[in-house]
Design a protein around this ligand. Sequence first.
Ligand code: SF4
Ligand code: SF4
Ligand code: FES
Length: 425
Amino acid sequence: MGKHVNITIDGRNILADEGRNLVDVATENGFFIPSLCYFENIDPPLGTCRTCTCKINGKFTPACTEKVREGLAVEVNSAELKDMRKGIVEMMFAEGNHICPSCEKSGNCDLQHMGYELGIAISRFPHLFKNRLIDYGAKRMVMEHNRCIKCLRCVVEVENDDGKKVFSYQNRGNETHVGVDYEEEKKLTRDQAIQAMNICPTGAIIVRGESVGKPFGERKFDEDSIRPDYVKPVKSDNNIDLSNVEKKRVATVSLAGCFGCHMSMLDVDTEILDLVELITFDKSPLTDFKKFTQRCDVGIIEGSVCNEENVETLRTFREQCDLLVAVGECAIWGGLPSLRNTIPLGECLEEAFLNCVTNEQGNTTIPYHKHLPKMLDRIYECREVVKIDYFIPGCPPDAQHIWKAVKNLLWNENYSILYSEFKYD
Ligand code: SF4
Ligand code: SF4
Ligand code: FES
């Protein structure tokens, strides 16, 4: 057994074996330090993602590259550090195109899971919408460059039986991407290829035919948090004493979305009966009121902003509602409609109306009429147009989740969300 040393984590004295990895020691002692590039077999650790940044002996340092030694003083849970780590993961989501609902790794993805663990609902950084190519050239794998966080795990860890590397970094700076050596990749056994897919903490490496391994509910991150300090919430009592409740006025709208969030809201089932006792719907597709009849307590926004009418509607909602809640991924960051952000508007319209194989032959015009709202140059997230007060992520968010959050906003009612309830993929 190695020598024991004394360290402190957030002021607590801990006796640990000298030389052990700090992330492991912290986890065993109930402190959650998020990590992404850190991987059990890789020694020395890569230290590429910085998700594990802590204050170690007064300096911001990645914890995974730190070995435990006498006198180490580690700060993990200050508000500044939590926000810094959250910002790092937000940056990863903003830098790549992460469309979790259509990603094969959803539910098994370390990056997605880290987003949930850190409570990320939006990214404070604008999404770059890079148009990276997908590499279909390898025999067993597809390399989805849009999802790679350049952690280096695959480059360091994956090799064939001849000891030859399969992946390598190519290009530099923001253009760096992971290249696949097709010849060496061919020599991997199927199990080795699957191992490579599992080494990747995102959905960048997908083995053909192995994409959706498990059904919902049985995937790696479906039910439980990896955080030792995660306290399971107790389900709150959903019954409000109606006698003391002042009726509130709610408006809803679907901008550029699929109406899925509204459909989800209707899934509150029998609680819809409570709803009509508690809420009056004003302007909403549920009532078909075209204009506000009076000021509302809450406006619920589904969908992103794709045309000038959406801008006007959103501005009216901001003027007429005390609180605005963006519900669902499209309203929060653009969601699926924002996939067109990588294509110039002109090309997008030409493809849809002139070149598409299902179009009428000989059509030479892109429809335009003064009464049609003008398309914007790209899709905008709602908060780029007006101030949004709250965000309920999901695609769509679970009906109970929306209902609990809205009740909390309207009547300040305590509520708790089970871990499994805030997983929407
Ligand atoms: S790689 Fe992970 S975070 Fe990215 S789209 Fe896929 S599931 Fe979402
Ligand atoms: S492909 Fe996956 S394992 Fe490789 S660098 Fe990108 S994110 Fe990391
Ligand atoms: S987990 Fe420590 S730098 Fe990535």
